[in-house]
Design a protein around this ligand. Structure first.
Ligand code: CP
Length: 305
């Protein structure tokens, strides 16, 4: 594999690199119980700089680094001089001298890009306002394990179609040959100049009809309607997005074998009902587990000797 130096979005992958990474992640998943086999990060320190809350990303990265024999440093943004105004670029120039990779969760994607421009070690995006590539890698692994392939798979993304997850899904679908249908009201549809600029063999379709979006799809995907930073829009979002709730009625409009996905955390009763989230079609907990396996694969590919 030609190693992408940084993973800021899935646009940093070629089709072959994506395939290679998912194959390696599937192997790590199978071999997890063999704890001595994949100590690929011995002697390596990975810093995790987070300026937003996290359960899955934080814990799966830290557990994964431990399983690979490496050392993780969890650094709350406010515990660093970053919280007192030191720039991303100066922070990068210093951390370059100490550690082997950095995982960053921050607000503005531009801040991550600024860090990466000054980093001589791999930078991995753990979520920004634009993209969440580690989540998408886990989602693609989950689909590959379930369906045995990615190309030709149909996925409906319902809810906020202008969110970091929807944009990440658009990139992933084009790269992996997936037909992505984004079902969202006009106020929350993606910027078409972005989706149409993407290259790859997949297709991205945008519709305001949630039942049309899920017709014959293999997977229905959703995410919270009010992401961190959009709390002032709660009422508007709840009103406009309720027709896009993933509930039993929507599930009935899809194919009989449809599976349900959600990146979590979920707001039960808003974007998804509890009976669907906990129901027999849900593969949401496997999806959460797969964060661990794909991130181990990412770190091993980027950092191991
Ligand atoms: N899906 C996801 O990134 O979860 P966390 O915010 O808990 O890390």
């Amino acid at each position: 594999m030609i190693k992408p130096k940084h993973i800021l979005s899935l646009q940093d992958f070629t089709e072959d690199e994506l395939e290679d990474l998912l194959t390696f992640a599937a192997q790590l998943k199978i071999e997890r119980s063999n704890i001595d086999r994949n100590k690929l990060l011995v002697g390596k320190t990975i810093a995790m700089i987070f300026s937003k809350a996290s359960t899955r990303t934080r814990v799966s990265f830290q557990a994964g680094i431990y399983e690979l024999g490496g050392n993780s440093l969890f650094l709350d943004h406010n515990d660093l001089q970053l919280g007192r105004g030191e720039s991303m670029s100066d922070t990068a120039k210093v951390l370059n001298r100490y550690i082997h990779a950095v995982v960053i969760r921050t607000h503005k994607h531009e801040s991550l890009v600024e860090y990466a421009q000054h980093s001589t070690i791999p930078v991995i995006n753990a979520l920004t306002d634009k993209f969440h590539p580690c989540q998408l890698l886990a989602d693609l692994l989950t689909i590959k394990v379930n369906s045995g392939r990615l190309e030709g798979i149909k996925v409906a993304y319902l809810g906020d179609g202008a969110s970091n997850m929807a944009y990440s899904w658009a990139v992933a679908a084009k790269l992996a040959g997936i037909e992505l249908r984004i079902g969202a009201p006009s106020r929350f549809q993606p910027d078409l100049s972005f989706t149409e600029s993407l290259s790859g063999k997949g297709v991205v379709i945008v519709t305001d009809d949630p039942h049309q979006a899920v017709k014959d799809v293999d997977y229905i995907y959703t995410d919270v309607w009010v992401s961190m930073g959009f709390e002032s829009e709660v009422e508007e979002r709840e009103k406009l997005l309720m027709p896009y709730q993933v509930n039993n009625q929507i599930v009935k409009s899809a194919s009989s074998g449809v599976k349900i996905m959600h990146c979590l955390p979920a707001k039960r009763g808003q974007e998804i009902t509890s009976d669907v989230l906990d129901g027999p079609r849900s593969i949401i907990w496997d999806e959460a587990e797969n964060r661990l396996h794909v991130q181990k694969a990412v770190l091993a590919k980027l950092v191991a000797d």
